[in-house]
Design a protein around this ligand. Structure first.
Ligand code: ADP
Ligand code: MG
Length: 692
């Protein structure tokens, strides 16, 4: 404690954020982290004195607040074996850095060679402290083979983190040399604990750390300090159920004029038969779309559970305050023209937040497209939405198009429970909604389209909890890096925001989707089919090549074609034509037909190693399968269909999808969905993967 303050206040007092090696190592040693140590010598004689005390061989390094990369300019002298060599090294360093402010020369033990690793910490604008690990030298410089985890971490996080780097086999043991993994994990845990206690550590590099078969030693260390910004106190958590299931709803800006957004919103509520009371609020209308209107929210008698505001930005603040005064606790602001427009808009959002705080209410938006809850017949969208089925998919979207435009097509092949748009999230954000959807009994699968995440740590913790109950699939856009701030350490230069998102998602057990097609492809499988209980799949195809493609895709994604036992082979022999051998993939040639597929599936259902089915079907006779498949009792084993040219057999695809069979264009897509379900089952259910 004392030493920490002494060292950091001296550095900050001298106006430097950079702690020199001897300072950083002294602090690390206090945390129980093994380093080579480093003592500052002011003269050659002192350097010799220290060397003989600690024992040869030694290393001398320049110590200067102005030198960050010491070896670049000849500031590191290795393997010095006697007083003469130490004196010479001292003189050379003093000469080479004569123009720099020198704090002396560091004298330290020369560490025996080990496997070089880098351990680092940086701060991510979204997720806060991020730990990095990788192997040193070319691995990090050239291949950038590093992995990240957001702090704090658990031991299980560390196991995954270490296993994630490509050079992991080197850690596990290569040519008889292994690394002391428990000691390495202890190092990572100590760095984490230290950083969690010291928010003023902005960046840290232990580069390199030498890893041995017993223990490790940090041979270089640097730390950068920065006074952490004060974080705003989090708002108290509210039960959001009334927002998703309001008994009564006021619509401020509901309009009687077709074409206006306020018309659309009110139309949607009426058309979808919102089950509670609806109060259109409009100063200029006595009725709105046939419903008696109120000139202001204040004039509604009786209490109102939630309100939608869809008026021009300039009138929003007033409308919002009226709702607050009325005692409405949940307000959805669909009006646009706020933070997305610049400083004045941001200021208005700040005012909304202050009002919400004062009146104890919560709000969605602004600049959103409201909430859809098919189980409550509630559609608040800005765009007109046609008939919707009641499904089990929850969708949280940072874009309005997911609550109208995209639904027009998607509703044919998948059904949503809740679609919640978040807009500018001036108050309620993605994590609040995620937490709520985690609780909602009608939601079995959660999809999120996100452009950014607020308060990353809470997001990870919440997602981890929710993902243990239901799959969470996230499409995060903005993968390219813009406006990266200048960083000092190696770690920070490698920790791009997207890499950290990736790590955070993995840590939370989130399934990251590559694009919209992928996200909704996964959602269709998760929402319609049970999880596979094992990694063995039976592939049935009418074309050899697509069967092979499915088998390849399985192997690449941690699954495999199931082993067929003797009994199953006997059954298949009877089903298949004599010119077709019994294999998995089962290649039925173009002769494949619906009754035959049923028989093959029945045989697969009886085979212990078959935990799932991938079937490649002919588009031209898809209607026969659409009739046959729903009649089969799959007994908890999932199936995905792949149909080349499915775009041209949409009627049959829709029939299959509506009967609960996800249909993909290619075996790769089908396997991507199935294997995501398998991995989810391994992580969150009691499914044990078979050994490789
Ligand atoms: P830089 O500031 O350039 O990163 P380092 O302190 O990391 O300087 O030294 C450069 C290299 O010298 C290290 O990567 C390591 O291989 C070697 N080295 C540094 N200190 C020691 C030491 N005490 N024992 C053994 N090798 C060392
Ligand atoms: Mg170094």
């Amino acid at each position: 404690m004392q030493m920490w303050d002494e060292i950091t206040s001296r550095a900050l007092g001298e106006g430097r954020s950079y702690l020199m090696e001897h300072e950083a190592k002294a602090l690390l040693e206090r945390e129980g982290i093994a380093t080579t140590g480093a003592e500052a010598a002011r003269s050659a004689a002192e350097a010799v004195e220290i060397s003989s005390r600690i024992g040869y061989p030694v290393v001398l390094k320049v110590l200067s607040p102005q030198v960050i990369h010491k070896s670049d300019a000849g500031g590191v002298k290795l393997n010095l074996n006697n007083a003469a060599e130490v004196e010479e090294a001292f003189t050379e360093i003093a000469r080479a850095f004569g123009d720099k402010e020198l704090a002396g020369v560091a004298v330290q033990k020369m560490a025996p060679p080990g496997l070089e690793a880098i351990v680092g910490l940086s701060r991510d604008p979204t997720f806060g402290p991020v730990l990095m690990f990788g192997l040193g030298g070319v691995f990090v410089e050239v291949i950038k083979d590093v992995s990240f985890r957001v702090l704090p971490v658990t031991e299980a996080d560390l196991d995954e983190m270490l296993a994630e780097i490509r050079a992991y086999p080197l850690l596990r043991g290569f040519r008889g040399r292994a690394v002391d993994l428990p000691a390495l994990k202890d190092l990572l845990l100590r760095v984490s604990a230290m950083v969690m206690r010291r928010p003023e550590i902005r960046e840290l590099d232990l580069n390199p750390v030498f890893l041995y078969d017993k223990g490790y030693v940090a041979v270089d260390a640097r730390i950068f300090l920065e006074q952490p910004p004060a974080s705003p106190p989090p708002r108290k958590i509210t039960d959001l159920r009334p927002l998703f299931y309001p008994g009564s709803l006021a619509v401020v800006g509901a309009s009687d004029t077709p074409g206006k957004l306020g018309w659309n919103v009110f139309r949607n509520l009426l058309e979808h038969r919102f089950p509670g009371r609806l109060y259109p609020v409009n100063i200029n209308a006595r009725t709105v779309q046939g419903v008696p209107a109120f000139p202001s929210v204040g004039e509604i008698d009786g209490s109102v559970d939630a309100a939608i505001i869809i008026v021009p930005a300039a009138h929003t603040l007033q409308a919002f305050e009226d709702c607050c005064r009325k005692g409405i606790k949940f307000i959805v602001i669909e009006s646009a023209g706020f933070a997305e427009m610049g400083a004045a808009g941001r200021e208005m959002e700040e005012k909304l937040r202050r009002l919400a705080e004062k009146y104890g209410c919560r709000f969605v938006g602004p600049n959103c497209s409201g909430i859809i809850n098919t189980h409550h017949n509630m559609v608040q969208s800005l765009g007109i939405v046609g008939e919707l089925g009641r499904g089990n998919i929850g969708l949280i979207a940072q874009a309005g198009v997911y609550a109208a435009g995209m639904l027009w097509g998607m509703r044919h092949t998948m059904d949503f429970a809740i679609v919640a748009t978040i807009g500018n999230k001036a108050d309620l954000n993605e994590t609040d909604f995620l937490e709520y959807l985690g609780e909602d009994e009608n939601v079995a699968v959660i999809c999120m389209y996100l452009e950014d995440v607020k308060a990353g740590r809470r997001f990870i913790d919440t997602a981890r909890k929710v993902a243990a109950k239901k799959p969470v699939i996230v499409l995060k856009s903005g993968r390219t890096e813009a406006g990266k701030k200048a960083v000092s350490s190696h770690t920070a230069s490698l920790a791009g925001n997207d890499q950290v998102y990736d790590a955070a998602f993995r840590q939370a057990g989130i399934i990251r989707a590559a694009d919209n097609e992928h996200m909704f492809g996964l959602a269709r499988a998760f929402s319609k089919q049970p999880l596979p209980a094992g990694d063995g799949a039976l592939v049935v195809s009418y074309t050899g090549s697509w069967g092979v493609a499915a088998a390849d895709a399985l192997s690449l994604s941690g699954m495999r074609p199931a082993e067929l036992d003797a009994e199953t082979r006997r059954r298949l022999e009877k089903i298949l034509p004599p010119h077709v051998g019994v294999n998995n993939p089962v290649d039925c040639t173009f002769d494949l037909n619906a009754p035959q597929l049923r028989d093959i599936i029945e045989a697969g259902l009886a085979c212990a190693d078959v935990s799932s089915f991938i079937v490649v079907l002919q588009a031209e006779i898809l209607h026969t399968y659409a009739r046959e498949l729903p009649g089969i009792d799959f007994r908890g084993k999932p199936i995905v269909c792949c149909v080349p040219g499915k775009e041209f057999a949409m009627k049959e695809v829709i029939a299959l999808e509506q009967a609960g069979f996800p249909v993909y264009s290619t075996p790769e897509e089908g396997v991507a969905a199935l294997s995501a379900m398998y991995r989810y089952a391994v992580r969150h259910r009691t499914v044990i993967p078979s050994p490789p």
